[in-house]
Design a protein around this ligand. Structure first.
Ligand code: HT7
Ligand code: ZN
Length: 855
């Protein structure tokens, strides 16, 4: 497959200011007539090139006349039309079979409805068009379909006309007044019910809101609707951004390659990010609904009104929009807990990506298949870059920067550089060196040491930064790293103020006067920069910070570091006493002033995968054994506390308030430790929670805890769960996921069995992710020394590639981490990558991921 390079960007030869689309919709045979007004862009005589993936032109017309054979021809992947003059009308007709579209890109069928997914390059599977994001067009769309089968016909913009046709057909016309790139086009033809509501914007306009789902799912849409209205109000209040159409529709579909899609005025969602009720959704699911609804809504400005010039600029919309949705969710709940959760996700997904063969900059230089670049680096690290800019500017100057960005680029396709320039001008800051965050891949390391001179009463903080080579980038320049620090007086438990230091040199020292005694360092408070900090702080210092640090993230981090030191030390044969950790946990769980949600985060053991990331070479068995032992010890030492917390946090009634969610989180942690303690009645208590819970958060947590063990309750609970929820796809996903994620010696065999289960299907990406996605995140099971885990995943990739290459390619990266493991495991992982690459007809998506993973 050919490589696309950022440096090859050229403005388009032809623009398409207007497009009319006419759809005769039918699952087996859909006809699409497209009428494009095209205008020559610049002084050249190059033909008009229209991308078309798998399309055959049934008609080509120019200015209403059938085009002659010398006027057009097909080449691999596009239709070339020779045109004279500066403005012409070009018409094409194609036929599609949406019911046979298993890639879920373009126009496809899902659960009896027809819908589209065009980002990144799906529009070329619907009609001939220059499929690139810098071509902005006004869309006029007519949809025609059988009325009984598809009573609802939706597209972008506002509805302008509708009517009845012959033979039971009806039609609807939608016009979108905002010029948009074709990746934001969408249509839905369906028989769905609507949760209808409205929102009055800050300028007093009334917007009709609709969430469209299967009739039976209507009671599960309330949380999504509330999230939408909260998002609309938040974007007005925080960014001054108002919604701009008369309607805003959301449609939930069962088969979707991603979380959701921000099509203008018609968001299409994976149903898992719309539907929520206490019986079937966990608190994490509720938060997911809120966050994704907000994310897609916020794209209306950061992505739609200002879009991307080319796909190398993807983080322009995704990083910024993740930053916006993270802050929205923090405002809706707890800032401290949200930050801890976001950093945990960043470390688990993005730090791993940054340290492996698929590492790439936030603004990549090249790709083979753009779908492979919807990564944690583009999204989550991209958001961290915006967060650092916001931190350096402060709220007023950051808002001045975003105002300038939106005003200057409204209606345009912009670049990351345009964003940075707006921040520099609006925020009055020089970001020259900061730009390296967009250019250089990899996670910087910062080594921090403190020395204290009692004579001068001065403390010196010495910082040393380094950035390891990544693919294609052997040499790195120093980054501009904003670090929030505080120096604590161990005698008083207070500090002299929080300071923002800018580390810009490879080595830099900062002096602090007036310290009679050596202080304790709290650094990267709030996780001010996405870096790895290495310090020589003692267990005593960390214990102090876990009791006294007034920055919740730093306090959590001190707890984590205490635990990491014990576990990594033990694996390396250097036992460290665990008393400090047990004391720290005791202190946190008995402090009545702390938010239970924070407590649950603070006492959480680092995951096996995170522990692996702290080691030069990952030893999955040793990590597992050490972690289990520490969990058991903490469980046993504090057993009465876990029992008390578990009993105390039981709520008579369900509520989705932050307090209720926090109580459930802590309750589930207590149950985990209680069962890990080995208490005889542990499984029985978990089973009672499983049976009596009035919500899925407690039920699934109890199931997961039981699934890690070998009790009779394990088997019973899994059976009950399946029988109770087997008919609901989203909840059945949890049954697959819980077993694939179980920390149990038989998991690898169980996953093999579940892959043959009658309810398992490769056609539904959620089901694939629930089984194989969860399994690859289960370090101990996936990296089973037999190599069976690798083989299972490779088999799945090969089978899925024939149906849905995008989803198949997303399973490849875990196999690419072979350098991090021992020689035996590494060879087995490489062997599977080689087997994948040997498959004839392998997709571009999987080829790119597997070949890069072998390097
Ligand atoms: N902007 C959307 C990206 C997306 C996507 C990308 C590749 C293949 C399928 C996809 N569906 C949606 C989602 C978002 O970030 O909001
Ligand atoms: Zn997005």
């Amino acid at each position: 497959p050919s490589v696309i390079r950022r440096s090859d960007y050229r403005p388009p030869d032809w623009l398409v200011p207007d497009i009319a689309l006419d759809f005769d919709l039918d699952p087996a045979r859909t006809r699409v007539r497209a009428t494009l007004i095209v205008t020559r862009n610049g002084d050249h005589d190059r033909p008009l090139r229209l991308d078309g993936d798998g399309l055959i032109p049934l008609e080509v017309r120019i200015d209403g006349e059938a085009a002659t054979p010398d006027q057009w021809h097909m080449e691999a992947g596009y239709l070339s039309v020779s045109l004279s003059g500066s403005a012409r009308k070009v018409e094409t007709l194609v036929e599609l079979a949406p019911e046979s579209n298993s890639k879920l890109m373009g126009l496809y069928a899902s659960g009896g409805l027809l819908c589209t997914q065009c980002e990144a390059e799906g529009f070329r599977r619907i009609t001939f068009f220059p499929d690139r994001p810098d071509i902005l067009s006004r869309y006029d769309v007519t949809l025609r379909a059988d009325k009984a089968r598809f009573p609802i016909l939706l597209s972008n913009g506002d509805p302008v006309e509708q009517g009845e046709g012959d033979a039971g057909q009806h039609w609807a016309r939608w016009v979108d007044p905002f010029p948009k790139p074709c990746y934001l086009f969408a249509l839905v033809a369906a028989d769905l019910a609507c949760n209808a509501d409205s929102f009055v914007t800050m300028s007093g306009r009334d917007v009709q809101l609709g969430i469209w789902v299967r009739e039976a799912d209507l009671p599960r849409t309330g949380h999504a609707m509330q999230a939408l209205k909260n998002s609309m109000a938040w974007d007005e209040r925080v960014y001054g951004r108002e919604y701009d159409l008369d309607v805003f529709n959301i449609v939930a579909v069962a088969d979707f390659n991603f979380g959701a899609m921000e099509n203008k005025g018609l968001n299409i969602f994976n149903s898992r990010y719309i539907l929520a009720d206490p019986e079937t959704a966990t608190d994490i699911d509720y938060d997911g609904v809120e966050g994704v609804v907000a994310h897609e809504y916020f794209h209306n400005w950061s992505g739609n009104r200002v879009t991307c010039r080319d796909w190398f600029q993807l983080s322009l919309k995704e990083g910024f929009t993740v930053f916006r949705d993270q802050n929205f969710s923090a405002d809706m709940g707890s800032h401290a807990v949200k930050r801890i959760e976001d950093v945990r996700i960043l470390r688990a997904a993005q730090f791993q990506e940054d340290s492996g063969p698929l590492a790439h900059p936030v603004r990549p230089e090249s790709y083979m298949e753009i779908s492979n670049f919807y990564t944690a680096t583009i999204y989550n690290k991209g958001a961290e870059l915006i967060r650092m800019i916001a931190l350096m500017l402060g709220p007023e100057r950051f808002r001045a920067g975003t105002d300038l960005y939106f005003d200057r680029h409204d209606g345009q396709a912009a670049t990351c550089e345009d964003f940075v320039l707006a921040m520099e001008e609006g925020g009055e800051i020089d970001l020259s060196q900061f730009r390296r965050w967009y250019e250089q891949a990899g996670t910087p390391h910062v080594r921090a040491t403190l020395d204290h001179d009692p004579m001068t009463r001065t403390v010196n903080l010495h910082l040393h930064q380094s950035l390891a080579p990544t693919p294609g980038q052997p040499d790195k320049a120093p980054m501009a790293i904003p670090l929030r620090v505080a120096l604590f007086d161990p005698a008083t438990g207070t500090h002299h103020g929080d300071e923002l230091l800018m580390l810009t040199e490879p080595q830099q020292s900062f002096s602090f006067p007036d310290f009679a005694t050596p202080p304790i360092l709290s650094i990267n408070r709030g996780f001010s920069a996405p870096v790895i900090i290495d310090t020589n702080r003692s267990q005593d210092d960390l214990a102090f910070l876990s009791a006294h640090d007034d920055d919740p993230f730093a306090r959590y981090e001190a707890m984590q570091q205490l635990m990491v030191n014990i576990l990594v030390g033990r694996i390396a044969g250097q036992p460290i006493d665990e008393a400090a950790v047990i004391a720290a946990i005791r202190q946190v769980i008995t402090d009545p002033l702390l938010d239970p949600a924070f407590v649950a985060e603070a006492i959480r053991l680092p995951s096996e995968a995170y522990l692996g990331d702290q080691m030069a070479h990952v030893d999955p068995d040793a990590i597992h054994a050490a972690r289990e032992a520490l969990q058991q010890r903490i469980g046993a030492e504090l057993e009465p506390d876990w029992r008390a917390i578990h009993a105390r946090t039981r709520a008579a009634e369900f509520s989705i308030s932050a307090a209720a969610k926090g109580a459930r989180k802590l309750r589930n942690s207590a149950l985990g430790y209680l069962v890990a303690s080995g208490a005889m009645d542990g499984p029985a208590i978990a089973f009672v929670q499983f049976e009596q819970a009035h919500n899925m958060t407690e039920r699934q947590a109890a199931l997961a805890i039981l699934a890690n063990g070998d009790s009779a309750e394990r088997v019973a609970a899994l059976d009950i769960f399946y029988n109770r929820y087997g008919a609901d796809a989203l909840t059945l996903d949890k049954w697959f996921q819980t077993q694939a994620f179980a920390v149990h010696p038989d998991t690898v065999d169980l996953v093999e069995e579940l892959g043959r289960h009658k309810d398992f299907t490769l056609a539904n990406p959620n089901r694939v992710r629930a089984l194989y996605g969860a399994f690859t995140g289960n370090q101990w099971a996936f990296h089973h020394i037999s190599g069976k885990g690798y083989r299972l995943v490779a088999d799945c990739i090969l089978a899925l590639d024939r149906l849905n290459p995008q989803t198949a390619a997303r399973l490849v990266p875990p196999l690419g981490r072979w350098k991090r493991f021992d020689a035996a495991r590494g060879a087995l992982m490489r062997g599977e990558l080689e087997r994948i690459l040997a498959q004839p007809g392998l997709s571009k998506d999987v080829t790119e991921q597997a070949s890069k993973s072998l390097e």
